[in-house]
Ligand binder design. Sequence first.
Ligand code: MV4
Length: 465
Amino acid sequence: MMDLSAAKTETSPPQAFDSVLIANRGEIALRVQRACRELGLKTIMICSEADRDADYLRSADTTICIGPASPGQSYLNKAAILLAMRLTGAGAVHPGYGFLSESAAFSEAVEEAGAVFIGPSADAIRTMGDKIAAKKAMMEAGVPCVPGPDSALPEDLAEVRKIAAEIGYPVIVKAAGGGGGRGMRVVRDEASLSDAVLVTREEARRAFGTPELYIEKFLQHPRHVEIQVLCDNHGGAVWVGLRDCSMQRRHQKIVEEGPAIGIPPDVAAFVGNRCVEACRQIGYRGVGTFEFLYEDGEFYFIEMNTRLQVEHPVTEMTSGVDLVRQQLLVALGQPLDITQADVVCNGHSIECRINAEDPYNFTPSPGLITGVQLPGGPGIRIDTHVTAGYRVPTHYDSLIAKLIVHAPTREQAIIRMRRALAEMQIDGVSTNLQLHREILDDPAFAEGGTDIHHLEHWLAARGAK
Ligand code: MV4
């Protein structure tokens, strides 16, 4: 068992804990549980009725079934999770990604119940959830943003026309409550502006409970490049390299890699340092990701994610920083034991998200996994909760494994990923393994630096064959 006395005396006394409730499922629940184990923290895993027989739950010290399969009644059910916390005496809650990971209300409820929410403050979550407030905070901190006002669009359409004309078409109208690709509309000319604003406003009102919109220059061929940050509760903050997540389909990332190639190190360092400065200004705590569009050598901030991300292993492989361990240490009140100078990224890492889905039409393929063959050898990491005999439930995301490789160069990482994908086999359900093999053989991917539209164009061409 870890000695928590240092954490207790160093910082605000109520922070220390010796058990963590993992409010998530699947591979990320297992990832968090592994980090807890290494720190001597007791683990409490919640599960739904659909997950209760899964093998990965047996690695926890305690498992508690909190409700039916439907996410609203289990992994999104705040009251049920708070009850599980109380019943098990959990000292902290790790939300993983998705589900309640970016719910300010949940983090507040956890803290009101006397436990530690492993993540940033409810205030920080709320600010970043409001995309206008987030942009305003970033502009104030000197983080480069997409051209456009850092305020809500006025109701008056003549005013809106003036703002759009100043930015220059094409523009994009986005909902303040949106994010991740939800609630946005591209506007190519003034003739389509007012309809686009009115429709997006109504959608926003319905979907996000607020009609607030903002407007930006629409960038036509950017890459999606993101910067990982890590902050403690004592003013310590570092950025931990860049990832390129441009290989996506319908806002679902398929392949991620780090570092983002072709970006001059001084430019990356400049933007990384602005992100760290922004974190200090807003009193950010824990891990976070600054999402940028990168076009013609320039960075443009779009959103900040206040959670641990699916693709965090890419950064762990290149930097050697265990981000989940760091999350736990920060939540325990410890100051970061690394400075920016200690963060040195080496080599290249690529992650393939292995989904149980049809490799051509992308529909989910739940069911019984009858066989699993995992690749191994140098530079291979697999984050998965599945084994032969595991049944992929119908109710959740289709991610069943993350295959991550690390090698000295990008070229070698690609060769290693091809080799690993050739070794890997999953039987019983359809997976996108074959899709990944084809992507890794795509000459444009091998060249690198493809934009956010490349994969969808490539898929359309593949489908036409
Ligand atoms: C944009 C954009 C172009 N210009 N904003 C989509 C998800 C959300 N995070 C923001 N998104 C975009 N915002 C401006 N001003 C293009 C996208 C976008 C995108 C961004 C990242 C990754 C994939 C994408 C796919 C389509 C559109």
